[in-house]
Design a protein around this ligand. Structure first.
Ligand SMILES: *[C@@H]1O[C@H](CO)[C@@H](O)[C@H](O)[C@H]1NC(C)=O
Ligand SMILES: *[C@@H]1O[C@H](CO)[C@@H](O)[C@H](O)[C@H]1NC(C)=O
Length: 720
């Protein structure tokens, strides 16, 4: 009797399980609550999957769409695999009801868009895999429901841009993987609000420079993987990440690393700079916890220039991975095995440098006899060899070709044919006066082109058609009197343009046309006296503009319009005597560094700095004739200010400056030029700022005179 009751009870309890039949296409393991329906070309989620199933594997079907409520019948799922299901669309609420799901894999599908509510209801989800899809864009808020997610994998998609607040709501996320996308822009707040993020993988993307602002937001990040991006430099304080311990910057095109690049990241213990194009490195400042620095695969000579670095590494106990690329007797040696005092310069016979690779070279490998081919780092050096023609038969895999200080006059068509892998081409000091069309044919991977110190005055725009990846163009110290019209129209990736020290006098309309990605423009030391309002019409990404040492009579305010990313503006050494109201207004939100030294500047109108303030980090106003300054109280983020060598008149009109300087914790350099009793004293310390009858009168008169002379239009006198 008891048995029958018991059996009945058990049967009643088990009923739901027994009722669930296994769908025809699937394999069910009821004991482990696991169901697999893989590779069946099913076009929808099979019906009648047992209700208590916890792990469901649907890989390799043909679902195309996941409709709303697809998984209502299986609310106990914890793991769901949906890879390779040709999924194009996930309807809003597709996973509703799966409040226990911890793992969802949607990899290898064709998803191109994520709706706001695609992941609704996944309140326990911990891992979400979306790799190998076709995501080009994700809207902020897409992951807003996933408060327990700790790993998000978005690798191998087509993402280009990461907008602000993209990952909003991912309070617990620890690792975000964005590897193998095409990301080239990251908005400053893209990673904001992720308190638990520890690791970010963003290798194999298109980032051209370290996204300091955006990365700084990840205050708890300890590991950042950035390798295989086309970065070329690391500037001062680029890396500003309080908790970062491991930084991977391997396999890029980095040539320059500022010794202060990591200064603001005190926790760093590993920096991987392997496989870049670094040729020299200095002792790094401010990285007290660093214990490993990987520099293998660069081309650094272990000579006297490395001695200080070596001493630093030894004293800080930093383990450095570096194989010497020279001089001859150290080539191939590990820096670790050398002593700092043995790192010397000079007195090595040149042959010694050349012999080693020559003897080691396999018979069939080619190298022009006069050049030094370095197979380890794929560099070919033919500097200063009195060459009159570009040599032929370079190793095919050459990435850096140095031909500077030869005598080429003209670069002929197909001069570099077959040099497909060259990234850096050095042609400085070669007396070049002509680049013939087709000169760079087949240089598909050229990023750096150095043509400084030549005799160029013209460039045929078609010349650059063959080097579409060109990012850094050095045309400084040539003979240009104008910027050749349309010269850059074939350079959509031009990032940095150097045209300092030519004789350019005007910048007409749309002068940079085509070079829409220009970030840095250097025009120091020309004769520029006119800049059209629309000169920089299409260069919306400019960050640095150097116009110093020219003949400008005023701040080119109109031309700055639309440069909403400009961070650094140099106008020093131009004959600008007066700065009027709103002169920097178009760039006031972005500007951080402003150079206005040596202008002979006599007056800045009271609204001359309107809009500027909080964002400004350095302000250079030294060597001018200023008697006063506009109100500076908004400048509260300054790290550097130079007011030396002006004519400050320390009377009552300067009281505001005196107070402001005393509120700063900075060296300012401002001294009083008058009145007589305080002449030569620091504005900071000057004892009185009174206007006595006489003084007052004088000041007013001089001001009036000046305003008539300098700028006839109406404006207010400067005072605070
Ligand atoms: C699924 O479809 C592919 C191609 O149409 C076919 O080759 C394969 O045999 C199908 N598999 C099943 C299990 O029906
Ligand atoms: C340094 O980088 C090279 C090349 O990427 C790699 O093979 C090596 O393992 C790295 N060393 C360390 C200690 O990480």
């Amino acid at each position: 009797m008891l048995w029958t009751v018991l059996t009945l009870l058990i049967m009643l309890f088990m009923e739901p399980l027994l009722c669930d039949r296994c769908p025809r296409k699937c394999i069910c393991d009821n004991l482990r609550a696991f169901v697999a329906c893989t590779n069946k070309n099913a076009t929808e989620v099979p019906a009648s999957i047992p209700q208590f199933t916890q792990k469901l594997d649907l890989r390799g079907n043909d679902l195309k769409v996941i409709p709303t409520g697809s998984f209502f019948p299986t609310p106990y799922l914890t793991h769901l695999s949906l890879q390779k299901c040709n999924i194009e669309r996930i309807e809003e609420g597709a996973f509703r009801g799966l409040g226990r799901l911890v793992f969802l894999n949607l990899g290898s599908n064709k998803i191109s868009f994520i709706y706001q509510e695609s992941f609704d209801g996944l309140s326990s989800l911990q891992q979400l895999v979306l790799e190998k899809n076709r995501l080009e864009e994700i809207k902020p808020g897409a992951f807003g429901q996933l408060g327990f997610l700790n790993f998000l994998n978005l690798g191998e998609n087509f993402l280009v841009y990461l907008p602000d607040m993209l990952f909003q709501g991912l309070q617990q996320v620890k690792w975000i993987r964005l590897s193998n996308n095409m990301i080239n822009v990251i908005s400053n707040e893209a990673f904001a609000g992720l308190p638990n993020l520890r690791r970010l993988s963003i290798d194999h993307n298109e980032l051209q420079y370290f996204q300091s602002e955006a990365f700084t937001r990840m205050s708890g990040l300890t590991r950042l993987e950035l390798g295989w991006n086309p970065m070329t430099f690391l500037s001062e304080e680029a890396v500003h990440m309080a908790s970062l311990k491991q930084l991977f910057l391997n396999d890029m095109a980095i040539q320059d690393v500022s010794f202060k690049a990591f200064e603001k990241s005190p926790q760093l213990s590993l920096i991987d700079l392997s496989n870049n194009q670094i040729r020299s490195i200095q002792a790094l400042s401010g990285v007290e916890h660093l214990n490993r620095l990987n520099l293998t695969g660069n081309s650094i000579r272990c000579d006297c220039y490395l001695r200080h670095f070596k001493q630093w590494a030894d004293s800080q106990r930093v383990k450095v991975d570096l194989i010497c690329s020279g001089p001859g007797h150290f080539r191939g040696d590990h820096l670790d095995s050398l002593r700092a005092i043995d790192l010397k310069c000079g007195n090595f016979p040149e042959e010694e440098d050349n012999q080693l690779p020559v003897t080691q070279k396999p018979e069939d490998e080619i190298c022009p006899r006069i050049c030094d081919c370095r197979p380890d780092d794929k560099h070919v050096l033919c500097e200063n060899k009195y060459l009159q023609q570009i040599p032929k038969r370079f190793p095919f895999d050459t990435t850096l070709l140095d031909l500077r200080k030869n005598v080429f006059n003209s670069i002929f068509k197909e001069a570099f044919s077959g040099m497909k892998n060259v990234v850096s081409l050095h042609l400085q000091n070669c007396q070049i006066n002509e680049l013939q069309p087709g000169a760079f044919i087949s240089m598909d991977n050229l990023v750096y082109l150095y043509l400084s110190h030549n005799h160029l005055s013209q460039i045929d725009p078609e010349v650059f058609r063959d080097a579409p990846k060109l990012g850094y163009l050095y045309l400084d110290h040539n003979r240009f009197t104008t910027i050749p019209m349309g010269a850059f129209k074939r350079l959509p990736n031009l990032f940095s343009l150097h045209m300092q020290h030519n004789s350019i006098s005007t910048l007409p309309d749309n002068i940079m046309s085509g070079a829409d990605k220009l970030h840095w423009v250097y025009l120091t030391g020309n004769n520029i006296n006119y800049i059209a309002q629309t000169a920089f019409k299409n260069t919306k990404h400019l960050e640095q503009l150097y116009l110093d040492e020219n003949l400008l009579l005023e701040v080119p305010t109109q031309a700055l319009k639309g440069m909403s990313f400009l961070k650094e503006l140099r106008l020093s050494k131009n004959p600008i005597r007066y700065i009027g109201n709103g002169a920097f207004l178009p760039v006031s939100r972005s500007l951080q560094h402003l150079y206005l030294s040596d202008l002979g500047l006599e007056q800045i109108s009271s609204g001359g700095f309107t809009g500027l303030g909080r964002g400004i980090k350095s302000l250079h106003l030294d060597n001018n004739k200023l008697q006063n300054l506009p109100n500076m109280k908004d400048f509260n983020g300054l790290e550097l200010i130079n007011l030396a060598n002006n004519l400050f008149n320390c009377d009552c009109h300067l009281l505001h400056l005196h107070r402001w300087i005393n509120s700063l914790n900075l060296k300012v350099g401002a001294t009083c030029a008058g009145p007589k009793s305080v002449k030569g004293q620091k504005v900071r310390n000057a004892p009185f700022f009174k206007c006595h009858g006489n003084d007052k009168g004088k000041t007013k008169i001089t001001k009036k005179k000046r305003s008539e002379k300098v700028q006839p239009t109406t404006r207010k006198a400067t005072h605070g």
